[in-house]
Design a protein. Structure first.
Length: 353
């Protein structure tokens, strides 16, 4: 819509405003068409539906979990924990692929995400996410009679941090037989971030800016996708080959994230230090990283791998950002299938480290 502008040459002012508005509309339409025409869009438009159960965590927070796939007591089972500002539909490709291969898949919303409640007492300490995982594992044991020797636990980003936090205070082998840590770090998240590379002398300033301006920001997000928001999300979270539909799929989750929960969790992440918990993750574990991940660069994955007592494989996926399960679903799916059927032999494939 054009607005009158008082200029010495009124008609020129009107034309300038009209041209700018038309250009903005054209860019927005082009952006929408790019997403709509992406071959990935159809696969991402209809997340599978399973059986929803409610889980109560140790502090009373109610969590939403969903069960897909096989319904046999002896079925291999994968429990999936998503990352910060995501929800359980983030695992859309993994839910489909693993279910089709005969696995039971259980995905749940972390506290403050998706259909789970905000944290009781606004407590988003990383340890609470570990307690939530324990509550989910206990609930599905009762609901599905899952067997620990057939169960793997998989975490992306914050979900993988939750696995480390859980391992610190629980008997891992009593619940699961293997684990997968994807696009994650367990300490020094700001210091090693590649979002805004800075010299060592500016690390302290970088941390302050990261906490106040990014991780801990409570600013409302745009309510709809735009070329600018799309480009920013691509830079922060995705690799160079990510498609428009993949980015838009995550963007919808980000927009839906409650600002207070998003900020409180971000602040908790800024002080994360869980390297000491890794030796307690005593089951066979794979670590997946993205070579182009700016949030948790491969340096995090390598440090994690060095401290795991039973590392099976470390894989760095080329041309991949922070969203490997979305960007490289085939490789991630195959890695998880290998892990689910792990029998003590070396996994198929070779690591790219």
């Amino acid at each position: 819509m054009l607005q009158p502008v008082k200029l010495s040459r009124g008609q020129v002012g009107w034309a300038a405003v009209g041209t700018g508005a038309a250009a903005a509309v054209a860019l927005q339409l082009r952006h929408a068409r790019q997403i709509a025409r992406d071959p990935q869009r159809e696969a991402l438009s209809q997340p599978p539906r399973g059986r929803v159960i409610t889980v109560r965590s140790a502090d009373g927070t109610k969590l939403c979990a969903e069960i897909f796939g096989a319904d046999r007591d002896d079925a291999p089972t994968a429990v999936l924990a998503h990352g910060w500002t995501e929800n359980r539909t983030y695992w859309i490709h993994q839910i489909r692929a693993l279910s089709q291969q005969g696995l039971r898949v259980i995905a749940y919303d972390l506290r403050g995400h998706g259909d789970s409640e905000s944290a009781a007492g606004d407590d988003y300490a990383i340890g609470r996410f570990g307690e939530d995982l324990e509550a989910v594992l206990e609930a599905v044991l009762e609901a599905c009679q899952v067997r620990p020797e057939n169960t793997i636990v998989v975490g992306h980003s914050l979900g993988a941090m939750a696995i480390a936090a859980w391992a610190e205070g629980h008997d891992v082998t009593a619940r699961v037989c293997a684990a997968a840590l994807i696009n994650t770090g367990v300490g020094d998240l700001i210091a090693e971030s590649l979002l805004v590379p800075v010299p060592p002398i500016a690390k302290a300033l970088n941390k302050t800016n990261a906490v106040n301006g990014f991780l801990g920001s409570r600013a409302p997000l745009p309510r709809f996708s735009s070329p600018v928001s799309h480009a920013l999300i691509r830079y922060i979270a995705f690799g160079p080959t990510a498609t428009a539909a993949q980015i838009a799929f995550y963007e919808r989750m980000l927009i839906a994230s409650p600002p207070d929960a998003r900020a409180d969790i971000g602040i908790a992440l800024s002080d994360l230090e869980l390297y000491h918990a890794l030796p307690r993750l005593t089951v066979p574990t794979i670590v997946l990283a993205g070579a182009k991940d700016r949030l948790t660069p491969p340096s995090h994955a390598k440090r994690i791998a060095e401290q795991l007592p039973d590392l099976v494989r470390l894989t760095v996926l080329e041309e991949t950002g922070h969203m490997a399960p979305l960007e490289r679903p085939e490789q991630v799916n195959q890695a998880l299938l290998d892990l689910a059927h792990y029998t003590g032999r070396e996994l198929a494939g070779s690591a790219k480290v």
